[in-house]
Design a protein around this ligand. Structure first.
Ligand SMILES: Cc1ncc(COP(=O)(O)O)c(C=O)c1O
Ligand SMILES: N[C@H](C=O)CCC(=O)O
Length: 455
Protein backbone atom coordinates (compact mmCIF):
# COMPACT_ATOMS: atom_id res chain seq x y z
CA UNK A 1 0.00 0.00 0.00
CA UNK A 2 2.68 2.46 1.08
CA UNK A 3 4.75 1.69 -2.00
CA UNK A 4 1.88 2.30 -4.37
CA UNK A 5 1.12 5.63 -2.72
CA UNK A 6 4.77 6.62 -2.88
CA UNK A 7 4.87 5.63 -6.54
CA UNK A 8 1.78 7.66 -7.26
CA UNK A 9 3.39 10.77 -5.83
CA UNK A 10 6.96 10.02 -6.71
CA UNK A 11 8.13 12.05 -9.63
CA UNK A 12 8.45 15.31 -11.40
CA UNK A 13 7.36 13.59 -14.62
CA UNK A 14 3.65 13.47 -13.73
CA UNK A 15 2.56 11.56 -16.78
CA UNK A 16 -0.48 10.20 -14.98
CA UNK A 17 -2.40 13.46 -14.85
CA UNK A 18 -3.46 15.39 -17.91
CA UNK A 19 -5.48 18.55 -17.81
CA UNK A 20 -8.75 18.56 -19.65
CA UNK A 21 -9.46 22.17 -18.76
CA UNK A 22 -7.39 25.29 -19.35
CA UNK A 23 -3.85 25.09 -20.73
CA UNK A 24 -1.13 24.95 -18.10
CA UNK A 25 0.24 28.31 -17.00
CA UNK A 26 3.83 29.07 -17.87
CA UNK A 27 6.28 27.92 -15.20
CA UNK A 28 9.42 28.68 -17.17
CA UNK A 29 11.08 31.02 -14.67
CA UNK A 30 9.98 28.92 -11.71
CA UNK A 31 11.48 25.88 -13.45
CA UNK A 32 14.79 27.71 -13.93
CA UNK A 33 14.85 28.77 -10.28
CA UNK A 34 13.91 25.26 -9.18
CA UNK A 35 16.71 23.71 -11.22
CA UNK A 36 19.18 26.04 -9.52
CA UNK A 37 17.61 25.52 -6.09
CA UNK A 38 18.06 21.76 -6.46
CA UNK A 39 21.81 22.32 -6.57
CA UNK A 40 21.62 24.15 -3.22
CA UNK A 41 18.89 22.47 -1.17
CA UNK A 42 17.66 18.88 -0.70
CA UNK A 43 14.72 18.57 -3.09
CA UNK A 44 15.30 22.19 -4.08
CA UNK A 45 13.41 23.51 -1.04
CA UNK A 46 13.85 24.56 2.56
CA UNK A 47 10.73 22.78 3.81
CA UNK A 48 9.59 19.51 2.18
CA UNK A 49 5.89 20.20 1.46
CA UNK A 50 6.90 23.13 -0.77
CA UNK A 51 8.38 20.74 -3.33
CA UNK A 52 5.05 20.00 -5.14
CA UNK A 53 5.86 16.28 -4.85
CA UNK A 54 2.24 15.24 -4.56
CA UNK A 55 0.73 17.71 -7.02
CA UNK A 56 1.39 18.58 -10.64
CA UNK A 57 4.44 20.41 -11.91
CA UNK A 58 7.31 22.59 -10.85
CA UNK A 59 6.96 24.36 -7.48
CA UNK A 60 5.94 27.96 -8.04
CA UNK A 61 8.60 30.42 -6.93
CA UNK A 62 6.80 33.39 -5.42
CA UNK A 63 8.09 36.91 -5.86
CA UNK A 64 5.36 39.05 -4.36
CA UNK A 65 2.25 39.01 -2.20
CA UNK A 66 -0.29 41.73 -1.61
CA UNK A 67 -3.68 41.43 0.08
CA UNK A 68 -5.04 37.99 -0.82
CA UNK A 69 -2.91 37.80 -3.99
CA UNK A 70 0.39 36.22 -4.92
CA UNK A 71 2.57 36.61 -8.00
CA UNK A 72 5.08 34.00 -9.11
CA UNK A 73 8.38 34.39 -10.95
CA UNK A 74 6.54 34.04 -14.30
CA UNK A 75 4.15 36.87 -13.32
CA UNK A 76 1.19 34.53 -12.91
CA UNK A 77 -1.30 36.01 -10.45
CA UNK A 78 -3.12 33.88 -7.86
CA UNK A 79 -5.70 34.29 -5.14
CA UNK A 80 -3.90 32.70 -2.20
CA UNK A 81 -5.56 30.22 0.18
CA UNK A 82 -2.32 28.94 1.70
CA UNK A 83 -1.58 32.27 3.41
CA UNK A 84 1.95 31.09 4.22
CA UNK A 85 0.34 28.05 5.89
CA UNK A 86 -1.82 30.17 8.16
CA UNK A 87 -0.04 33.19 9.66
CA UNK A 88 -1.35 35.73 7.17
CA UNK A 89 -4.80 36.16 8.66
CA UNK A 90 -4.78 39.79 7.43
CA UNK A 91 -3.41 38.84 4.01
CA UNK A 92 -0.03 39.74 2.54
CA UNK A 93 1.70 43.00 3.25
CA UNK A 94 -1.00 44.44 5.49
CA UNK A 95 -0.22 48.18 5.78
CA UNK A 96 -0.46 48.25 9.60
CA UNK A 97 1.95 45.30 9.95
CA UNK A 98 4.33 46.58 7.30
CA UNK A 99 4.45 50.12 8.75
CA UNK A 100 5.10 48.87 12.28
CA UNK A 101 7.89 46.55 11.09
CA UNK A 102 9.55 49.37 9.13
CA UNK A 103 9.26 51.73 12.10
CA UNK A 104 10.86 49.26 14.53
CA UNK A 105 13.57 48.20 12.05
CA UNK A 106 14.93 51.75 12.02
CA UNK A 107 16.29 51.05 15.51
CA UNK A 108 18.07 47.80 14.71
CA UNK A 109 17.19 44.17 14.05
CA UNK A 110 18.25 42.23 17.13
CA UNK A 111 19.88 42.89 20.47
CA UNK A 112 19.92 39.58 22.33
CA UNK A 113 18.59 41.62 25.25
CA UNK A 114 15.08 42.35 26.54
CA UNK A 115 13.00 45.05 24.81
CA UNK A 116 9.74 46.81 25.67
CA UNK A 117 8.21 45.25 22.54
CA UNK A 118 8.28 41.80 24.16
CA UNK A 119 6.33 43.18 27.13
CA UNK A 120 3.87 44.86 24.79
CA UNK A 121 3.11 41.70 22.79
CA UNK A 122 2.96 39.52 25.92
CA UNK A 123 0.53 41.96 27.57
CA UNK A 124 -1.67 42.02 24.47
CA UNK A 125 -1.85 38.23 24.53
CA UNK A 126 -2.20 37.63 28.27
CA UNK A 127 -4.81 40.35 28.84
CA UNK A 128 -7.02 38.70 26.25
CA UNK A 129 -6.45 35.02 27.00
CA UNK A 130 -7.76 33.56 30.25
CA UNK A 131 -6.05 30.19 29.71
CA UNK A 132 -2.43 31.21 30.34
CA UNK A 133 -0.71 33.47 32.87
CA UNK A 134 2.90 33.54 31.70
CA UNK A 135 4.60 32.82 28.42
CA UNK A 136 7.95 32.47 26.71
CA UNK A 137 8.61 33.62 23.13
CA UNK A 138 10.62 31.36 20.82
CA UNK A 139 11.30 31.48 17.08
CA UNK A 140 9.09 28.76 15.55
CA UNK A 141 6.20 26.42 16.21
CA UNK A 142 8.60 23.48 16.38
CA UNK A 143 10.58 25.19 19.13
CA UNK A 144 7.41 26.09 21.03
CA UNK A 145 6.22 22.47 21.07
CA UNK A 146 9.64 21.00 21.81
CA UNK A 147 9.95 23.36 24.78
CA UNK A 148 6.42 22.59 26.00
CA UNK A 149 7.21 18.87 25.98
CA UNK A 150 10.41 19.44 27.95
CA UNK A 151 8.49 21.58 30.42
CA UNK A 152 5.84 18.89 30.86
CA UNK A 153 8.53 16.28 31.45
CA UNK A 154 10.42 18.51 33.87
CA UNK A 155 7.26 19.43 35.76
CA UNK A 156 5.85 15.90 36.11
CA UNK A 157 9.23 14.13 36.34
CA UNK A 158 7.88 11.60 33.84
CA UNK A 159 9.22 10.73 30.37
CA UNK A 160 6.43 9.45 28.17
CA UNK A 161 4.19 11.58 26.04
CA UNK A 162 1.02 10.59 24.25
CA UNK A 163 0.27 11.96 20.80
CA UNK A 164 -2.30 11.22 18.11
CA UNK A 165 -1.87 9.68 14.70
CA UNK A 166 -1.96 12.37 12.03
CA UNK A 167 -1.28 15.29 14.36
CA UNK A 168 1.81 17.26 13.35
CA UNK A 169 3.71 19.18 16.01
CA UNK A 170 6.78 20.35 14.13
CA UNK A 171 9.95 18.39 13.55
CA UNK A 172 11.45 17.74 16.99
CA UNK A 173 12.53 14.12 17.50
CA UNK A 174 9.89 12.76 19.85
CA UNK A 175 7.05 14.14 17.73
CA UNK A 176 8.01 12.84 14.30
CA UNK A 177 6.14 9.64 14.91
CA UNK A 178 2.99 8.89 12.87
CA UNK A 179 2.74 12.57 12.03
CA UNK A 180 0.76 14.55 9.46
CA UNK A 181 1.76 17.39 7.12
CA UNK A 182 4.71 16.62 4.79
CA UNK A 183 5.17 13.18 6.37
CA UNK A 184 1.71 11.87 5.51
CA UNK A 185 1.90 13.67 2.16
CA UNK A 186 4.95 11.64 1.22
CA UNK A 187 3.48 8.39 2.60
CA UNK A 188 6.06 7.93 5.38
CA UNK A 189 4.59 9.14 8.66
CA UNK A 190 7.65 8.70 10.86
CA UNK A 191 11.09 10.17 10.21
CA UNK A 192 14.41 8.42 9.77
CA UNK A 193 17.03 9.64 12.22
CA UNK A 194 14.85 9.50 15.32
CA UNK A 195 16.53 7.09 17.75
CA UNK A 196 14.29 4.17 18.68
CA UNK A 197 14.81 5.00 22.33
CA UNK A 198 13.32 8.47 21.72
CA UNK A 199 10.39 7.13 19.70
CA UNK A 200 9.76 4.58 22.47
CA UNK A 201 8.91 7.46 24.79
CA UNK A 202 6.12 8.55 22.43
CA UNK A 203 2.86 6.65 22.66
CA UNK A 204 0.69 7.10 19.58
CA UNK A 205 -3.04 6.37 19.46
CA UNK A 206 -5.82 7.23 17.02
CA UNK A 207 -7.88 10.37 17.49
CA UNK A 208 -11.38 10.09 18.90
CA UNK A 209 -10.69 6.66 20.47
CA UNK A 210 -11.46 6.65 24.19
CA UNK A 211 -10.70 2.94 24.64
CA UNK A 212 -7.18 3.36 23.25
CA UNK A 213 -6.71 6.37 25.51
CA UNK A 214 -7.74 4.49 28.64
CA UNK A 215 -5.60 1.50 27.66
CA UNK A 216 -2.53 3.71 27.18
CA UNK A 217 -2.96 5.22 30.64
CA UNK A 218 -3.46 1.74 32.14
CA UNK A 219 -0.44 0.25 30.30
CA UNK A 220 1.85 3.16 31.22
CA UNK A 221 0.46 4.00 34.65
CA UNK A 222 2.30 6.88 36.29
CA UNK A 223 4.67 7.29 33.32
CA UNK A 224 2.85 9.70 31.00
CA UNK A 225 3.99 13.30 31.37
CA UNK A 226 1.53 14.79 28.90
CA UNK A 227 -1.03 14.34 26.20
CA UNK A 228 -0.30 16.60 23.26
CA UNK A 229 -2.98 17.26 20.68
CA UNK A 230 -3.83 19.72 17.97
CA UNK A 231 -7.28 20.45 19.44
CA UNK A 232 -8.28 21.28 15.88
CA UNK A 233 -6.18 18.72 13.99
CA UNK A 234 -5.34 20.43 10.70
CA UNK A 235 -2.27 18.70 9.33
CA UNK A 236 -3.80 15.45 8.11
CA UNK A 237 -6.88 16.94 6.60
CA UNK A 238 -9.16 18.66 9.08
CA UNK A 239 -10.05 16.02 11.66
CA UNK A 240 -12.51 17.89 13.84
CA UNK A 241 -12.93 16.43 17.34
CA UNK A 242 -15.99 16.73 19.55
CA UNK A 243 -15.91 18.93 22.64
CA UNK A 244 -16.76 15.78 24.65
CA UNK A 245 -13.63 14.02 23.41
CA UNK A 246 -11.41 17.00 24.21
CA UNK A 247 -13.04 17.19 27.64
CA UNK A 248 -12.28 13.48 28.14
CA UNK A 249 -8.61 14.21 27.44
CA UNK A 250 -8.76 16.98 30.05
CA UNK A 251 -10.35 14.67 32.61
CA UNK A 252 -7.96 11.77 31.95
CA UNK A 253 -4.95 14.08 32.39
CA UNK A 254 -6.32 15.49 35.63
CA UNK A 255 -7.09 12.01 36.98
CA UNK A 256 -3.63 10.70 36.14
CA UNK A 257 -1.40 13.64 37.06
CA UNK A 258 -0.45 14.24 33.42
CA UNK A 259 -0.49 17.62 31.67
CA UNK A 260 -2.70 18.43 28.71
CA UNK A 261 -0.90 20.35 25.95
CA UNK A 262 -2.93 22.04 23.24
CA UNK A 263 -0.75 22.66 20.21
CA UNK A 264 -2.46 25.70 18.77
CA UNK A 265 0.19 26.63 16.22
CA UNK A 266 -2.57 26.59 13.58
CA UNK A 267 -5.75 27.13 15.61
CA UNK A 268 -4.35 29.82 17.92
CA UNK A 269 -5.71 33.30 17.09
CA UNK A 270 -7.29 31.69 14.00
CA UNK A 271 -10.64 30.35 15.22
CA UNK A 272 -10.84 33.21 17.72
CA UNK A 273 -8.38 35.23 19.79
CA UNK A 274 -8.32 32.48 22.43
CA UNK A 275 -7.97 29.77 19.80
CA UNK A 276 -9.39 26.30 20.28
CA UNK A 277 -9.21 26.53 24.09
CA UNK A 278 -11.63 29.46 23.87
CA UNK A 279 -13.73 27.85 21.15
CA UNK A 280 -14.33 24.70 23.21
CA UNK A 281 -13.93 26.38 26.61
CA UNK A 282 -11.48 23.74 27.77
CA UNK A 283 -8.41 24.71 29.78
CA UNK A 284 -5.23 22.85 28.84
CA UNK A 285 -2.18 23.02 31.11
CA UNK A 286 0.21 24.30 28.43
CA UNK A 287 -0.60 25.95 25.10
CA UNK A 288 1.74 26.43 22.16
CA UNK A 289 1.22 29.13 19.56
CA UNK A 290 3.09 30.20 16.46
CA UNK A 291 2.39 31.56 13.01
CA UNK A 292 -0.21 34.30 13.55
CA UNK A 293 1.60 35.93 16.49
CA UNK A 294 4.50 36.71 14.15
CA UNK A 295 2.40 38.34 11.43
CA UNK A 296 4.51 36.43 8.89
CA UNK A 297 7.83 36.68 10.72
CA UNK A 298 9.34 33.73 12.60
CA UNK A 299 7.84 33.51 16.11
CA UNK A 300 6.39 30.91 18.41
CA UNK A 301 5.51 30.85 22.09
CA UNK A 302 4.37 28.57 24.84
CA UNK A 303 2.36 29.57 27.86
CA UNK A 304 0.82 28.09 30.98
CA UNK A 305 -0.10 28.99 34.55
CA UNK A 306 2.48 31.04 36.47
CA UNK A 307 3.08 27.97 38.61
CA UNK A 308 3.96 25.70 35.65
CA UNK A 309 5.97 28.41 33.88
CA UNK A 310 7.89 28.86 37.15
CA UNK A 311 9.73 25.66 36.22
CA UNK A 312 11.34 27.31 33.18
CA UNK A 313 14.91 28.59 33.50
CA UNK A 314 16.11 30.88 35.07
CA UNK A 315 13.21 30.56 37.58
CA UNK A 316 13.27 26.76 37.40
CA UNK A 317 15.31 23.83 36.17
CA UNK A 318 13.85 23.35 32.67
CA UNK A 319 16.38 24.96 30.36
CA UNK A 320 15.22 26.67 27.18
CA UNK A 321 16.85 29.57 25.37
CA UNK A 322 17.17 31.38 22.03
CA UNK A 323 19.51 34.03 20.57
CA UNK A 324 16.71 35.51 18.47
CA UNK A 325 13.83 34.81 20.89
CA UNK A 326 11.58 37.85 21.24
CA UNK A 327 13.20 39.42 18.18
CA UNK A 328 12.04 43.07 18.08
CA UNK A 329 11.02 43.05 14.41
CA UNK A 330 8.95 39.89 14.85
CA UNK A 331 7.41 41.32 18.05
CA UNK A 332 6.47 44.47 16.14
CA UNK A 333 4.71 42.46 13.42
CA UNK A 334 2.87 40.47 16.09
CA UNK A 335 1.74 43.58 17.97
CA UNK A 336 0.38 45.17 14.80
CA UNK A 337 -1.38 41.98 13.66
CA UNK A 338 -2.94 41.04 16.99
CA UNK A 339 -4.17 44.61 17.48
CA UNK A 340 -6.20 44.21 14.28
CA UNK A 341 -7.59 40.87 15.45
CA UNK A 342 -8.89 42.45 18.65
CA UNK A 343 -11.10 44.89 16.74
CA UNK A 344 -14.78 44.19 17.28
CA UNK A 345 -16.41 41.72 14.87
CA UNK A 346 -13.07 40.75 13.27
CA UNK A 347 -13.64 37.02 13.82
CA UNK A 348 -17.39 37.19 13.25
CA UNK A 349 -16.88 38.73 9.82
CA UNK A 350 -14.05 36.40 8.84
CA UNK A 351 -15.86 33.27 10.00
CA UNK A 352 -19.18 34.26 8.37
CA UNK A 353 -17.41 34.96 5.09
CA UNK A 354 -15.75 31.53 5.24
CA UNK A 355 -19.01 29.79 6.12
CA UNK A 356 -20.80 31.32 3.11
CA UNK A 357 -17.90 30.29 0.86
CA UNK A 358 -17.77 26.67 2.01
CA UNK A 359 -21.57 26.31 2.05
CA UNK A 360 -21.78 27.40 -1.58
CA UNK A 361 -19.12 24.89 -2.61
CA UNK A 362 -20.81 22.11 -0.65
CA UNK A 363 -24.20 22.93 -2.19
CA UNK A 364 -22.66 22.73 -5.67
CA UNK A 365 -20.99 19.35 -4.99
CA UNK A 366 -24.06 17.89 -3.32
CA UNK A 367 -26.35 19.00 -6.15
CA UNK A 368 -24.14 17.05 -8.57
CA UNK A 369 -23.79 14.06 -6.25
CA UNK A 370 -20.01 14.40 -6.19
CA UNK A 371 -18.19 12.41 -3.50
CA UNK A 372 -16.80 15.60 -2.05
CA UNK A 373 -17.06 17.35 1.31
CA UNK A 374 -15.79 20.66 2.60
CA UNK A 375 -15.02 20.48 6.30
CA UNK A 376 -14.43 23.76 8.06
CA UNK A 377 -14.10 25.62 11.34
CA UNK A 378 -13.62 29.38 11.70
CA UNK A 379 -11.61 30.42 8.65
CA UNK A 380 -9.92 27.02 8.16
CA UNK A 381 -11.30 24.60 5.57
CA UNK A 382 -10.37 21.31 3.92
CA UNK A 383 -11.51 19.63 0.72
CA UNK A 384 -12.14 15.90 1.22
CA UNK A 385 -12.93 13.54 -1.63
CA UNK A 386 -15.33 11.43 0.39
CA UNK A 387 -19.03 10.87 0.97
CA UNK A 388 -18.57 10.53 4.74
CA UNK A 389 -20.54 13.12 6.73
CA UNK A 390 -17.59 13.63 9.07
CA UNK A 391 -13.99 12.48 9.39
CA UNK A 392 -12.37 12.57 12.80
CA UNK A 393 -9.58 10.04 12.44
CA UNK A 394 -6.61 9.83 10.05
CA UNK A 395 -7.58 6.24 9.14
CA UNK A 396 -10.80 7.43 7.57
CA UNK A 397 -8.98 9.22 4.74
CA UNK A 398 -8.51 7.14 1.62
CA UNK A 399 -4.94 7.89 0.38
CA UNK A 400 -6.10 7.14 -3.18
CA UNK A 401 -8.45 10.16 -2.97
CA UNK A 402 -5.33 12.36 -3.08
CA UNK A 403 -5.12 11.61 -6.79
CA UNK A 404 -8.29 13.66 -7.19
CA UNK A 405 -6.80 16.52 -5.21
CA UNK A 406 -3.82 16.42 -7.53
CA UNK A 407 -6.07 16.98 -10.56
CA UNK A 408 -7.99 19.70 -8.75
CA UNK A 409 -4.84 21.50 -7.63
CA UNK A 410 -3.57 21.69 -11.22
CA UNK A 411 -6.91 22.98 -12.49
CA UNK A 412 -7.05 25.62 -9.76
CA UNK A 413 -3.50 26.79 -10.41
CA UNK A 414 -4.41 27.15 -14.10
CA UNK A 415 -7.37 29.31 -13.04
CA UNK A 416 -5.31 31.59 -10.78
CA UNK A 417 -6.15 29.98 -7.44
CA UNK A 418 -3.30 28.91 -5.13
CA UNK A 419 -3.67 26.18 -2.51
CA UNK A 420 -0.89 24.54 -0.50
CA UNK A 421 0.58 21.70 -2.60
CA UNK A 422 -0.84 18.77 -0.60
CA UNK A 423 -4.33 17.34 -0.24
CA UNK A 424 -3.61 16.73 3.44
CA UNK A 425 -3.11 20.42 4.18
CA UNK A 426 -5.94 22.84 4.95
CA UNK A 427 -6.85 26.15 3.30
CA UNK A 428 -7.16 29.51 5.05
CA UNK A 429 -9.21 32.62 4.38
CA UNK A 430 -7.90 36.04 5.41
CA UNK A 431 -9.60 39.35 6.01
CA UNK A 432 -8.11 40.45 2.67
CA UNK A 433 -10.26 38.00 0.66
CA UNK A 434 -13.27 39.98 -0.52
CA UNK A 435 -16.57 38.88 -2.05
CA UNK A 436 -15.30 39.24 -5.63
CA UNK A 437 -12.19 37.15 -4.87
CA UNK A 438 -14.32 34.45 -3.30
CA UNK A 439 -16.82 34.49 -6.20
CA UNK A 440 -13.97 34.05 -8.69
CA UNK A 441 -12.58 31.22 -6.56
CA UNK A 442 -15.94 29.47 -6.32
CA UNK A 443 -16.32 29.48 -10.10
CA UNK A 444 -12.81 28.03 -10.48
CA UNK A 445 -13.61 25.35 -7.89
CA UNK A 446 -16.88 24.43 -9.62
CA UNK A 447 -15.10 24.07 -13.00
CA UNK A 448 -12.30 22.06 -11.42
CA UNK A 449 -14.70 19.73 -9.61
CA UNK A 450 -16.57 19.09 -12.86
CA UNK A 451 -13.28 18.11 -14.47
CA UNK A 452 -12.17 15.96 -11.53
CA UNK A 453 -15.39 14.00 -11.50
CA UNK A 454 -15.68 13.71 -15.27
CA UNK A 455 -12.46 11.66 -15.33
C1 LIG B 1 0.07 22.24 14.79
C2 LIG B 1 1.49 22.57 14.43
N1 LIG B 1 2.42 22.50 15.37
C3 LIG B 1 3.71 22.82 15.11
C4 LIG B 1 4.09 23.23 13.86
C5 LIG B 1 5.51 23.59 13.62
O1 LIG B 1 5.62 24.95 13.36
P1 LIG B 1 6.85 25.52 12.52
O2 LIG B 1 6.67 25.03 11.11
O3 LIG B 1 6.71 27.00 12.66
O4 LIG B 1 8.08 25.01 13.15
C6 LIG B 1 3.13 23.32 12.84
C7 LIG B 1 3.43 23.75 11.47
O5 LIG B 1 4.39 23.72 10.90
C8 LIG B 1 1.80 22.98 13.13
O6 LIG B 1 0.85 23.03 12.21
N1 LIG C 1 1.56 21.83 7.69
C1 LIG C 1 2.75 22.60 7.92
C2 LIG C 1 2.42 23.66 8.88
O1 LIG C 1 1.37 23.80 9.41
C3 LIG C 1 3.28 23.12 6.65
C4 LIG C 1 4.47 24.02 6.79
C5 LIG C 1 5.77 23.34 6.49
O2 LIG C 1 6.05 22.29 7.06
O3 LIG C 1 6.54 23.89 5.70
Amino acid sequence: MLDSIKKMFSGDEDVAVSTTGKPDISREKSAELYAKAKTFFPGGVNSPVRAFKSVYGTPLFIKKGDGCRLWDADDNEFIDFCCSWGPLILGHNHPKVKDKVIEVMQNGMSFGAPTALENELAELILKNNKFIEKLRFVSSGTEAVMSAIRLARGYTKRDKILKFEGCYHGHSDSLLVKAGSGLVTFGETSSAGVPKSFADETIVIGLNDVDALNKAFADFKGQIAAIIIEPIPANNGLLLQSKEYLQTLRDVCTANGALLIFDEVISGFRVGFEGAAGHYQIKPDIITYGKIIGGGLPVGMYGASAEIMGHVSPDGGVYQAGTLSGNPVAMAAGIAQLTELLKSSFYKDLNNKTQEFVDAIQRFATARSYKFKVFSIGSIFWFAFTDKASISNADEIDPASMEKFKVMHRELINRGIYFGPSGYEVGFISSAHNKIDLEKTKRAIFDSLDLVFKK
